[in-house]
Ligand binder design. Structure first.
Ligand code: URA
Length: 483
């Protein structure tokens, strides 16, 4: 490919171009400059890609001898060929800390112009290297998701602020900000790293300069929570030290409060395994001491695959000494956005019925059997998916923890998933409604249908089911009066 053939522009021999990137993770900037250079037929060996602070900064005052301002593609220059695969891999690889990455990206983009299927050739050393860079960046991001640990500090006005220290291998901090924003949307937090910091105040994301470890707080009660959470999920029956070290490399241990436990957990694993077999896994867990700890615990819980949908956990809400506990299935789309249970259409119907039955929702503790929203994308919509029995059973531990803390006298399960969450077995709602089922702590469990079931019905069928639902609530109201 020659200059004349591609653009007709005469790029003189021997001229070297230096591209100064404004930030080490600025992929859009690289892409725009790379496109222009390809359109002007500038071969890879005549371009240097220089990051801030890189040696190329010597030229930052302007073009040095033998360097030129970047050429401007002529009007009507042929479009640049690329591929979806290249863009996906390049977006990640650009965040790698290897200073040669932008040069490599440009070489591959250059070659794509003549070999459009280059990215499919895994035997090609440059393609392979690009894939390796992208993989290592993805792994770094995964570690960041898993190992960021917040410490709570109080601001002057008494608001809690959660601060974490993390040392990424690559320039992933800005790229991963959205993940933490979604996951901890309601918290004020900062993540400090030697490559820059990000700060979220509940509405706005700000970027800050690189930080030092000493800038982050050392330890606080949130650490105790992590330690007890980790101890509770540590399953000695699954202990594989090699795999554990590769998943949780020692490098991260110093930031992880729970890592302190690793030696003793490994040492005690066999004894604990025997004890678990004897006593059952639930006895091994350390129960949260407050509803706030439950909320933090469920936000961090990854015991079932639903949490990997990337949605935030929705904690229960209501007085911690409520006499009545209402249990639904799982948060829906609107609940996940609001971070509160039963605020969408099913919640509105429930509210109407509660009001008609004379039950004060504000006095009840409202929660769900499963704490994360399980969904599948349909176009731009998130479509509710029912949790499996296994997922409900996995989340039961949190529901139990809430029940132990709130100690309601009456529990109303809305639908079969809620009933399973409370009983650990499937029951037939139609057969069991209208009578109390005793729970292990002496409380009464009542079951009825889920309000979203009513929403799916029309006409007489709906009117009939609404009457039955109202009768179930009236019964609960009566028992509340007696309790
Ligand atoms: N459905 C549920 O079961 N729970 C909610 O919080 C909302 C809808």
């Amino acid at each position: 490919m020659t200059a004349q053939r591609r653009s007709g522009q005469n790029v003189s021999l021997g001229v070297h171009y230096a591209v100064h990137l404004p930030a080490p993770d600025d992929f859009p900037f690289w892409r725009e400059r790379a496109r222009g250079l390809v359109q002007c037929d500038v071969p890879p060996d005549r371009v240097s890609w220089i990051e801030p602070g890189g040696t190329g900064d010597l030229f930052a005052q302007g073009p040095a001898r033998g360097e030129k301002r970047l050429p401007v593609p002529p009007a009507g220059a042929p479009p640049v060929r690329t591929s979806q695969r290249f863009l996906t891999v390049a977006r990640s690889a650009a965040l790698h800390s290897d200073p040669a990455r932008f040069g490599l990206l440009y070489r591959v983009l250059w070659r794509l112009q003549c070999t459009p299927r280059l990215m499919e050739d895994m035997a090609d050393p440059e393609v392979r290297r690009l894939e390796e860079l992208a993989k290592s960046v993805r792994r770094d991001a995964h570690k960041m998701h898993a190992f960021v640990r917040f410490r709570e500090v109080m601001e002057e006005d008494g608001t809690p602020h959660f601060v974490a220290w993390f040392e990424p291998d690559h320039h992933i901090v800005r790229a991963e900000a959205a993940f933490f924003m979604r996951r901890f949307a309601n918290m004020r937090w900062s993540i400090l790293t030697p490559r820059g910091s990000i700060h979220w105040d509940g509405t706005t994301m700000r970027e800050g300069p690189p930080a030092r470890r000493e800038d982050a707080p050392g330890g606080d009660p949130v650490e105790a929570l992590w330690r007890s959470y980790y101890a509770s999920i540590f399953n000695p029956a699954r202990l594989k030290v090699g795999a554990m070290l590769s998943e949780m490399p020692r490098k991260y241990w110093k930031n992880l409060p729970e890592a302190e436990l690793i030696p003793q957990l490994i040492a005690g694993a066999q004894a604990r395994e025997a004890a678990m077999v004897a006593a059952g896994a639930r006895a091994e867990r350390v129960r949260p001491a407050s509803l706030a700890e439950v909320a933090q615990g469920i936000a961090a819980c990854r015991d079932c695959p639903i949490a990997d949908c990337g949605t935030r956990a929705v904690a229960g809400e209501g007085p911690s000494c409520a006499t009545l506990m209402l249990v639904g299935e799982q948060p829906g789309d609107q609940e996940e956005i609001a971070g509160r249970p039963f605020v969408g259409p099913a919640g509105q119907l429930l509210d109407e019925h509660l009001a008609r039955a004379g039950i004060d929702r504000e006095a009840a503790y409202v929660t769900n059997a499963v704490k994360h929203f399980k969904f599948a994308w349909r176009g731009r919509h998130r479509l509710h998916q029912s949790p499996t029995a296994k997922e409900i059973d996995t989340c039961r531990w949190w529901l139990e923890a809430e029940r132990v803390l709130v100690q309601p006298r009456i529990v109303l399960a809305l639908g079969a998933s809620a009933a399973r969450g409370l009983l650990g077995r499937t029951l037939n709602v139609t057969r069991e409604r209208g009578r109390a089922i005793p729970l292990d702590d002496g409380a009464e469990l009542w079951v009825t249908v889920h309000p979203s079931y009513l929403l799916r019905l029309d006409g007489e069928a709906r009117a009939q089911q609404e009457r039955l639902f109202a009768a179930d609530l009236a019964m609960v109201r009566r028992r509340l009066g007696e309790a």
